[in-house]
Design a protein around this ligand. Sequence first.
Ligand SMILES: Cc1ncc(COP(=O)(O)O)c(C=O)c1O
Length: 462
Amino acid sequence: MDQKILLKESDIPKQWYNLAADLPTPLLPPVTPDGKPIGPEMLAPVFPMNLIEQEVSTKRWIDIPEEILNILYRWRPTPLRRAVNLEKYLGTPAHIYYKDESVSPPGSHKPNTAVPQAWYNKQFGIKNLVTETGAGQWGSALAFACKLVGLSCKVYMVRISFDQKPFRRIMMNIWGATCIASPSNETNAGRKILAEMPNTPGSLGIAISEAIESAVTDSSGKTRYALGSVLNHVLLHQTIIGLEAKKQLKIAGEKLPDIVIGCAGGGSNFAGLAFPFTADKISGANMEIIPVEPTACPTMTRGPFAYDFGDTACMTPMLAMHTLGHAFIPPPIHAGGLRYHGMAPLVCQAIIEGLFKPRAIDQVECYKAALLWAHTEGSICAPETSHAIAATIQEAKKAKEEGKEKVILFNYSGHGMMDMLGYDAYLTGKLAPYELPDTELASAEACLKQYPKAPQRKSGKW
Ligand SMILES: Cc1ncc(COP(=O)(O)O)c(C=O)c1O
């Protein structure tokens, strides 16, 4: 039995898979605060038209340009690995496979979309990209992609991560990007927040506001914004993960997985692995698909489905999604990439359909799982990834109780070599379990009341 299943470069998928083509109930459109649908032309100051076309596309397969593949070959196809040592430790009959996205140069799945986004912007004549970053994984991935493609890059990094993860900032600087702690004094959105809350740890919502403002106020017309998760085109680019995994599972002699797991911040690594398998579930396959989030930021498991802004300063279109409210500032848990108030609309619509069953896990259980992983499989995972590992361990134990040889597949979204402070806090007993109190949830959601309602529509098949 091989512990790693590798594909040849010539086996790399040549098209991305678009779940929007197969969802039984189409997505609700993005709208303005007074409920008017937003057309592609209204997004043009923010994104290049070639990416907007992908954002609204309902074509099932979208070709990956050869020039993008040529950059992805630096690390793709990524290995599918079997966690035989964890299986042995748990004494589970389950077969545990994981797609190792930590092997990319920046160390996570994020460059799978950073490279295409930089490439399409360049094709459109754009010279500069601006973005936000939570944990620093996305910022470093976009810095890397912009350097390879030939664009300049500016990153607003959430203050708490900027302080906790100086090495991620240095990585961005190595790849030639500028990195600014958010909230900053550089934008109206940042100045306003700093005046109200001078000691705020920041949030992805605030950093997104600053990045969009910085992009759209550049008078050269050659600057656009890039987002590392949530939007349809970002999830589309990530589907290369699941498409490779399908081929690799077949080589390993497995049929479809019984359980597919990914951690979910904005939903992109989870979707990247899960969407190609969701197509099989829509066609009748029996499969459990589980996005995992922290109990500190329980967007999918406790947030209502509502129209909300993607950012704190209300600059983005309103998206129909599970949300804790755009004013929500999540507690500073160490999995910075999972501290986002919203969730990808495509993931949310599949949750409403009953295709996915989201789960929230506490950070202490996640770090415990990360340590067990390091002690058995050996690698040190990103704190975000530990949520997927914790759910995998829960499922492997359940398979043992049931005596079933289930195939579990999860996404190893990144390594944790830059996340030592979180590990240190856990190892020295400074991390406590944290579940968001109902009172905080209610006050966070209060900002949603005045906006259009998002009806929950489903086919009733699942
Ligand atoms: C390693 C890792 N995993 C997961 C995530 C969560 O993002 P997403 O839900 O878009 O995959 C992040 C975000 O920064 C990350 O760095």
